[in-house]
Design a protein around this ligand. Structure first.
Ligand code: SF4
Length: 509
């Protein structure tokens, strides 16, 4: 259905007379693409007529900044015209929003998104929430994850979505739901009908004039939690991680279950299970690295889990050394765990510049070549002449680790024993994490002995797959660990496989 939208939308202008300068891409400061998988997105939603919903969304996104640093956006809903307000822009949450912009986002319901691009290029047109008009008013969709059947969805929509403006799977999802609404379904029916056509990973927060939707795919690959706001009325919040609840003083209630849809409005929260046989397959990389260490999953902080990874690593692969230290910040809990079990004292060995990515001035070529030093600087007096265990959470391409070892050698370190608190990454991710194609993954091409030589370390060991899953304390079957095994819980269509699973497709691996 097309024609005049039922509810008009107020779009807050996406640029000012004097737009803020774009910060220098942090990857160009540290010598190219990051040597870690990059998280795709953070999502947030709140229904709270008694609260400033946009401000809560702002702080929720501020806590979820680590899940995407390319763009940020908030859409709010009001009960009077123009019903929907939206502002989204490239940049960090604190760069995109100011007090005067939040004032222009009134309403009782807000949906927020922070993005790193895994599908679609890094442009403001791809920023979220995605706004689409339907016969029942606007919907604002925020998505974390990645679909594997976008070609099919695009074909299904071809005639009905001439106005697709972005290149993202998220926009296809919004238009698919719109199609069901416009052919007669109500919001709940349309959301469920839409989800039944989506294949892949999706944690969705969707704002509508009638209420807020939270949906998780049948495998629950990306996280989504429900919180309760303090106050006399029961008002609910949805967020990718519990750290976004903490910052606004909301209490963690529970996770949205795999294959569950929650519908939040004035009447409270209603739950619907739209999949017959959901199977829990949370991304284990969320536990190891992506999610913030102060976020809670499975009833404990990820800091505690990551410490246990380090303890298991020390038991599996001990080393003789004078110091244990971490690649900051993500390796710290595992390094502390390793130190505790091994009895080797823990120290800081590398100091991280916490403001990388916040400079607006391009570095010189020589500085670029120094690469890693823009971000990490060694404590020479602590390290010189010592045998060290350096603990990191993962190795993807090995480029950063190699530079780091050179920096440590230059600082006079006598022996470098590298310990990694996850198994070798041998397969790319198709479910919302930006990993390189398989031929770029060092562990897909080289054995541990070859990687040891390549990095120039005296010894190297990875945590075993069983050790990683045992440390979760949960049923190992309840996790996706495909980037370590190639055992993908959601089948990957052949054209997509060809784009990234290069070694397997060519028979090299
Ligand atoms: S393939 Fe790896 S990164 Fe992707 S969802 Fe599975 S465990 Fe997570």
């Amino acid at each position: 259905m097309s024609g005049k939208p039922l509810h008009p939308v107020a779009l807050v202008p996406t640029c000012d007379a004097l737009p803020p300068p774009a910060p220098v891409n942090p990857h160009s400061l540290t010598g190219g693409r990051p040597d870690k998988p990059e998280e795709a997105c953070g999502v947030f939603g709140v229904y709270a007529p008694e609260h400033p919903a946009a401000k809560l969304a702002y702080f929720g996104l501020y806590a979820l900044q680590h899940r995407g640093q390319e763009s940020a956006g908030i859409a709010t809903f009001t009960t009077t015209e123009p019903y929907v307000h939206c502002y989204k822009q490239m940049g960090l949450v604190a760069q995109v929003f100011r007090e005067d912009i939040l004032v222009e986002l009134p309403g009782h319901l807000a949906v927020g998104h922070t993005r790193y691009s895994t599908t679609g290029s890094s442009r403001v047109v791809n920023a979220q929430p995605i706004l689409v008009q339907t016969r029942l008013g606007a919907l604002a969709l925020a998505h974390n994850g990645n679909l594997v059947n976008t070609l099919e969805l695009r074909q299904n929509l071809a005639a009905d979505a001439p106005d697709l403006v972005s290149t993202t799977d998220s926009e296809l999802m919004a238009w698919t739901i719109r199609q069901y609404v416009n052919t007669g379904s109500d919001w709940l029916e349309a959301a469920i009908q839409g989800c039944q056509t989506f294949q892949g990973a999706f944690s969705l927060v969707i704002g509508t004039p009638a209420g807020l939707l939270g949906i998780r795919d049948p495998y629950g690959i990306r996280p989504l939690v429900i919180g309760l706001l303090e106050g006399t009325s029961r008002r609910y919040v949805l967020a990718s991680e519990t750290c976004a609840l903490d910052i606004i003083g909301a209490e963690y209630l529970r996770d949205v279950e795999p294959g569950e849809l929650v519908w939040i409005n004035e009447a409270g929260l209603a739950s619907f299970h739209w999949v017959e046989r959901p199977a829990r397959k949370l991304c284990v990389f969320e536990m190891i690295y992506f999610a913030r260490p102060d976020s809670v999953m499975h009833g404990e902080s990820l800091y505690s889990y990551r410490r246990r990874l380090g303890e298991a690593l020390a038991q599996e692969s001990p080393a003789e050394a004078d110091w244990v230290f971490a690649v900051p910040d993500s390796g710290i809990p595992a390094a502390i765990g390793f130190a505790q079990v091994s009895g080797i004292p823990y120290t800081e060995g590398l100091i991280k510049n916490r403001y990388v990515g916040r400079t607006f001035i391009q570095p010189t070529q020589a500085m670029r070549e120094a690469g890693i030093r823009m971000k990490l600087n060694p404590l020479r007096d602590v390290l010189a002449g010592k045998r060290v265990v350096i603990v990191d959470d993962s190795i993807v391409r090995g480029t950063t680790s190699r530079k780091l070892v050179r920096v440590l050698r230059d600082a006079g370190v006598r022996e470098v024993h590298m310990r990694i608190s996850s198994p070798p990454v041998t397969h790319p991710c198709f479910y919302g994490i930006d990993t390189d194609s398989q031929d770029q993954l060092i562990a897909a091409r080289k054995s541990v002995a070859e990687i040891t030589d390549h990095l120039g370390v005296d010894s190297l060991a990875f945590l075993s797959w069983s050790g990683m899953l045992k440390a979760t304390g949960e049923n190992p079957q309840e996790f996706c660990s495909a980037c370590f095994t190639g055992d993908y819980p959601i089948p990957i269509p052949q054209p997509l496989k060809q784009s990234k699973l290069i070694l397997e497709q060519t028979g090299i691996r």
